[in-house]
Design a protein around this ligand. Sequence first.
Ligand code: KG4
Ligand code: ZN
Length: 370
Amino acid sequence: PKEPLVLGIESSCDETGVGIVRGTTLLTNTVSSSMEEHVRFGGVIPEIASRAHLDAFVPTLQESLHEAGVTLDDIDAIAVTSGPGLAGALMVGVCAAKALAVATGKPLYAINHLVAHVGVGLLDRQPASKGKPADGKHDAGAAAGLGAGKLPENLGALLVSGGHTEILRIRSITDDVELLGSTIDDAAGEAYDKVARILGLGYPGGPAIDKLARQGNPKSIRFPRGLSQPKYMGTAEEKGPHRYDWSFSGLKTAVARCVEQFEARGEEVPVADIAAAFQEAVVDVISSKAVLACKEHGITDVLLGGGVAANSRLRELTGQRCASAGITLHVPPLDLCTDNGAMVAALGAQLIMAGIGPSGIAFAPDSSMP
Ligand code: KG4
Ligand code: ZN
């Protein structure tokens, strides 16, 4: 079909997502998160996430179908995240998708989670008549960011979440996505979560640090910007080995050491200042390297994705730096930035519309899919 009705399933981390799209139109995006079950552990526990997916899958599927006003019979194809992500968590979504495909006889598409974060930028919300009315304030009727249906020619994507920190160049969303740079250790969201733990702010750490940082002085302490030394950066002519890569584990250690020093001196730990200085270090190095990668690859449009896209300072500084470099920054509404099923369905629909055949049911989930 020209505008295939696609069901997308996402289970790579702690969100069970089922979304339905028609071509590039978003019909429903239902998400159930097990985040609260991980709070007391200070991070996502894979075993708990897997069990939660098993509990949440059928109700999430039913709700998504119900809201879209369609049945499984109406669906043209099923798409599922097959990697990267937590192995056990992926397995639940992949098994569920295979079961649905076998039971209904519908074609099944295995989807790369990271590329799906970009695919979501193609979606247009369903007209207000059927969905909830747009109130103008909450972006309810807004497209996901890039203008429905067509990607800009020189597109980049900056994906920043608890599991990934990557800058990609997208020449074709269905068959030409290039990784320009990524973290060599912790993801940015992971660094937020670990530092929040050190500062006693609880989990998830991102929102807590984002909020507290507003009361602190980002210049009070200078934390390291990983992989920013000349030996890693090189020059535009002779690029260094990690010119567009990030490292956040040294930053986390620096924060821990800083806290220890205040404690050893018997001084009160300036938590807000540390939060602000830490956030500035993360956001500074993410935005500067991402914009550099874009400039040096002729990228004119960048899509921001992942849970850390919620960060106020990241949006602000990346927006400013993109603007001075003549690059347009696209930020989808937050429910489409975080992990969800609609992005998986969106990419599935793109593959179908590009004439690419289904994956069959013999594929295995790949937790470290490139
Ligand atoms: O994309 P996401 O929902 O899940 C995956 O990691 O795949 O992202 C969650 C991450 C967590 O690490 C959380 O601390 C971080 O996004 N996060 C934030 C903010 N909101 C969520 N980090 C910084 N600032 C925020 N406002
Ligand atoms: Zn993700």
